[in-house]
Ligand binder design. Structure first.
Ligand code: ZN
Length: 144
């Protein structure tokens, strides 16, 4: 469905539909790539994981607590995917740059805290889940 923006002069108008969509999907649970990965895990007979496991730092999107494996599914835009090389927004560039740097820092911190607890951390990028889900599943399997 196409969104129609009402210009009431109170809120900034998103530059285009795409920007509006990625911005509203920030920090969302059950994102498309996450669901795709879970579906593939299920199809492969892999069960017993927990979602947004709160008992360890960083709340991994998918966790195998018994095996101490934490999985993060990163959206390419918000987490600044190293493969996609997405450009920064052309307006308020400094603001976005800082925001993205914060996101990256937070990701690194989460990862380190888990590693310090003896966990294995796997990070999957949205684009890799889209293009090579098999590879993602295999990476999980070798750690199980
Ligand atoms: Zn990417």
């Amino acid at each position: 469905m196409k969104k129609v923006y009402i210009r009431d002069k109170r809120s900034p108008v998103p530059l285009n539909e795409n920007v509006s969509r990625v911005m509203s999907s920030n920090k969302a649970k059950n994102t498309k790539p996450e669901l795709k990965l879970r579906k593939a895990l299920y199809a492969d007979g892999i069960r017993g994981y927990r979602l947004n496991w709160k008992k360890v730092p960083g709340k991994p999107d998918i966790a195998f607590p018994g095996r101490k494996i934490g999985i993060f599914i990163n959206g390419c835009y918000w987490h600044r995917c190293p493969y996609c090389e997405l450009s920064l927004p052309k307006t308020n560039t400094d603001f976005w740059k800082k925001k993205f740097e914060k996101n990256i820092k937070r990701d690194k911190k989460k990862e380190k805290e888990l590693l310090d607890l003896g966990w294995t951390v796997l990070v999957f990028w949205e684009c890799k889940i889209k293009t090579n889900i098999k590879d993602c599943i295999n990476k999980i399997k070798v750690n199980l």
